[in-house]
Design a protein around this ligand. Structure first.
Ligand SMILES: *[C@@H]1O[C@H](CO)[C@@H](O)[C@H](O)[C@H]1NC(C)=O
Length: 262
C-alpha cells in the first residue's frame, strides 16, 4: 500500500530531474598552454589558439602556465626566466591580468571567464619586443577592456609581491607537471601537442586549428552535453570521435613534424 504522503515528493523529484537534464551544460573544456611570455614559439602557439578561441571560445576555458627555473632551494622562492628579467615581468603581468580579469558569469558580468586576460596577452604579443614593459602592460589593460577595479587589481598585483607569488606557483606547477617546452598544449588535462623550435610535433590528433577544434568539441560532448553543432558542425561518427579524444604522451603519438615559416 503506497503512502499517499509520498506521492508529491516523488513527483517533485521527477520534475526536478527533468528540468536539470534539459538545462545541463557541461563545464568548459580546459585548454592549458605552458609558455614563456617572450618565447617566439609561445607567440606562434598563442596565435593558433586565438584562432581556436575565435571558432569555439564559448566551449573552452583558457589558462597559461609559465615555464621558468624555480631553482633547487625552495625556501628562496626564486624564479629565473630563460629570456631574462623582462620575461619574468611579462609572465607575472599575464598571470595578474588573467587573475584580475577573470569573471565567473555572475548576473551582470560577462559570461566569459578568460576573455580579458587572453585579450591582454594577445595585445602584448602585438608588440612582442616590449613584452614585460610596464607601459605596454598598462596600455593592454585598456585595450583588453579591463574596468577600473580590475585594472587597479592587476597593476597592484604585478607591481607588488602577488605577481612574484603567482609566477613562483605557476613555474612550480610547470615543474611538477614536468613540462619544459614552450609551448606545450594540454586539452582537458591530457597532453595534446608541442610547438617548439618553430615546429609542431608530437601532436596526436593533429596540430591544425581544425584538429584542436575537433578535440575540444569531442571532449565537450563526452562531458555529457549534446554535440554543440552550432559551433562544432555536424557530429562525427563514434569511431572518429573516440579517436579525437586520444591523448597522452607516447600513446600512438606519432611525430607529426611540420615546419612552419617563422
Ligand atoms: C568591474 O567588473 C567587475 C566584474 O564584472 C565588477 O565586479 C566591478 O564592480 C566592476 N567595477 C567597475 C568600476 O565597473
Amino acid at each position: 500500500m503506497a503512502s499517499p504522503r509520498r506521492a508529491p515528493l516523488v513527483l517533485a523529484c521527477l520534475l526536478g530531474a527533468a528540468a536539470l537534464a534539459s538545462a545541463f551544460e557541461p563545464p568548459r573544456i580546459l585548454v592549458e598552454l605552458f609558455v614563456m611570455s617572450r618565447c617566439p614559439d609561445a607567440r606562434r602557439c598563442e596565435e593558433r589558439m586565438e584562432a581556436l578561441v575565435q571558432r569555439i571560445g564559448p566551449l573552452l576555458d583558457m589558462r597559461t602556465v609559465y615555464i621558468a627555473d624555480v631553482g633547487s632551494d625552495k625556501r628562496l622562492k626564486q624564479v629565473t626566466c630563460k629570456h631574462g628579467p623582462a620575461e619574468c615581468a611579462g609572465d607575472a603581468q599575464q598571470l595578474c591580468a588573467a587573475a584580475y580579469g577573470r569573471t565567473d558569469g555572475a548576473p551582470g558580468e560577462p559570461a566569459d571567464p578568460y576573455a580579458l586576460g587572453w585579450r591582454f596577452l594577445q595585445c602584448q604579443n602585438d608588440d612582442f619586443a616590449s613584452v614585460g614593459d610596464v607601459q605596454l602592460a598598462e596600455k593592454c589593460l585598456e585595450v583588453a577592456g579591463f574596468n577600473s577595479t580590475q585594472a587597479a587589481g592587476a597593476i597592484g598585483c604585478w607591481a607588488g609581491k602577488e605577481g612574484d607569488r603567482l609566477l613562483y606557483a605557476s613555474a612550480s606547477e610547470a615543474s611538477w607537471r614536468r613540462v619544459a617546452k614552450s609551448c606545450t598544449i594540454y586539452v582537458d588535462r591530457l597532453y595534446r601537442c608541442t610547438h617548439d623550435g618553430a615546429t609542431w610535433y608530437d601532436c596526436p590528433g593533429g596540430s591544425e586549428v581544425d584538429d584542436f577544434v575537433a578535440t575540444v568539441c569531442a571532449a565537450y560532448a563526452d562531458a555529457g552535453g549534446d554535440w554543440p553543432q552550432d559551433l562544432c558542425g555536424p557530429a562525427p561518427d563514434p569511431e572518429t570521435r573516440a579517436h579525437l579524444r586520444l591523448g597522452g604522451r607516447g600513446e600512438g603519438a606519432e611525430q607529426q613534424a611540420a615546419t612552419v615559416e617563422a
